[in-house]
Design a protein around this ligand. Structure first.
Ligand code: ADP
Ligand code: MG
Length: 243
């Protein structure tokens, strides 16, 4: 195994509000980690600092050997390797599905147009959405939008995929199709860090679950350890509410 992401004593303040209070973690290549915890506990902030969307106040983040927290690191190069999927999809509303998918690799000169379109066509085929390649995002269902957002990230061949509550904004009948796609990505060996309230998914697909509370990782273990034998009272309380 080799380390994909290392976080050392990460602190993040918004003004005087300390949102991450000294987080240290190591993720190995191929890890599928679900992050659970109450609202406001710092889950989104943690994900966003991992790909440089938020700047750490102090501490170190090392991705694939690149020190994200070092001023001399080209953060955009690191970010090309980290896909991010948001609760509200964040598709470009003025672009077709195809243009959404090919935009980043073409503008970053990772692929030429022909390569990018071929790859996008293959990925659309994988999710059964080939006929939507020229559709505008607004015409898609929430589940379709989220699956497009996921393959848009995959088009860049990221080593790491970050998901921030990818199914929280979806109607219940669309949650399954998005989780199925995520399960397939996990099976391919991509390192995934997933903030989610889908405990069934976490139990089945993750090899590790983190419970966050008040800006710290309160508990960290396998799904069996965390769900069946939680060590902390706060974890038990939380699980009693959501399970
Ligand atoms: P979670 O994703 O677990 O719900 P967040 O990481 O979104 O938690 O938020 C953690 C804390 O940081 C909350 O108290 C929230 O209000 C605060 N926070 C998040 N983003 C910002 C921001 N951009 N500016 C100021 N405070 C923020
Ligand atoms: Mg959040």
């Amino acid at each position: 195994m080799s380390t994909q992401i290392e976080v050392r004593d990460l602190h993040k303040y918004y003004g005087k509000n300390e949102v991450l209070k000294g987080i240290s973690l190591k993720f190995e290549k191929g890890d599928v980690v679900c992050v659970i915890g109450p609202s406001g506990s710092g889950k989104s902030t943690l994900l966003r600092t991992l790909n440089g969307l938020e700047e750490a106040t102090s501490g170190e983040i090392i991705v694939d050997g690149f020190r994200l927290t070092d001023k001399n690191t080209d953060i955009n190069r690191v970010r090309e390797n980290i896909g991010m999927v948001f609760q509200h999809f964040n598709l470009f509303p003025n672009m077709t599905v195809l243009e959404n998918i090919v935009y980043a690799p073409i503008s970053l000169k990772k692929l030429n147009r022909k390569e990018a379109e071929e790859k996008a066509t293959d990925l659309l085929d994988v999710i059964g959405m080939s006929e939507f390649r020229d559709a505008m995002p607004e015409t898609l269902s929430g589940g379709q939008k989220q699956r497009v957002a996921i393959i848009r990230a995959l088009e860049m061949d990221p080593d790491v995929m970050l998901f921030d509550e990818p199914t929280s904004a979806l109607d219940p009948e669309m949650v399954g199709e998005v989780l199925d796609l995520m399960r397939r990505i996990a099976a391919d060996g991509t390192t995934m860090i997933i903030v989610t309230h889908e405990m069934g998914f976490a139990r089945k697909v993750a090899n590790r679950v983190l419970f966050t509370e008040g800006g710290v990782i309160l508990e960290d273990g396998t799904p069996e350890q965390l769900f069946d034998h939680p060590q902390q009272d706060r974890t038990k309380e939380f699980l009693d509410k959501v399970l």
